[in-house]
Design a protein around this ligand. Sequence first.
Ligand SMILES: Nc1nc2c(ncn2[C@@H]2O[C@H](COP(=O)(O)OP(=O)(O)O)[C@@H](OP(=O)(O)OP(=O)(O)O)[C@H]2O)c(=O)[nH]1
Length: 181
Amino acid sequence: MTIVDQAIEFAAYAHRNQKRKGTDIPYVSHPYAVGMILRQAGCPDEVVAAGLLHDTLEDTETTAEQLRDLFGPAVLEIVVGCSEPDKGASWEERKRHTLEELRSASLAILQVACADKLHNIRSIRRDLAVHGEQAWDRFKRGRDSQQWYYTGLVESLGHESRFALLDELEAEVKAVFGSPV
Ligand SMILES: Nc1nc2c(ncn2[C@@H]2O[C@H](COP(=O)(O)OP(=O)(O)O)[C@@H](OP(=O)(O)OP(=O)(O)O)[C@H]2O)c(=O)[nH]1
């Protein structure tokens, strides 16, 4: 079994009781989509596995030790780099922290974070087409704050160099919010 196969099973079990926000869709559809985006972008197995596991530390009972033992330190480092550490902080503080951390992150972390946000913004675009502006209601902050966050993500993810997934994210952000403010 490769680490990608292992990560598929681990993520399915870890997220087994969770749904996507405001829907009945099993949560694991998101990490699976992130893994597929990374695979299609030609990323190596460790990065694809980290994409599949990227929300396990933040959103499930999974520990860092488990990830290190099963998937190795490189995968753990990427997952840690994609996790919000302080659950108690405000939305603004958490997102500002994410934007800051990404400014000095490794390419592997940038790729996983970018695939994550790319799948989320694609979901938002589809939901806006179906439900109109009330698609924002499920989130803790509305359109303006989300625009600030996604615009900041494109900037932070591109801190060092451009990569193909970032161009896709930028195009989606423009499609949802219009040109930069
Ligand atoms: N677009 C979308 N997002 C969903 C859905 N279900 C869950 N999410 C998660 O919701 C988060 C955005 O929701 P908010 O209310 O703004 O913020 P919060 O959960 O982080 O407090 C995203 O986190 P994030 O910080 O942007 O990324 P992540 O690193 O937590 O994945 C995303 O992971 C969904 O159906 N569509």
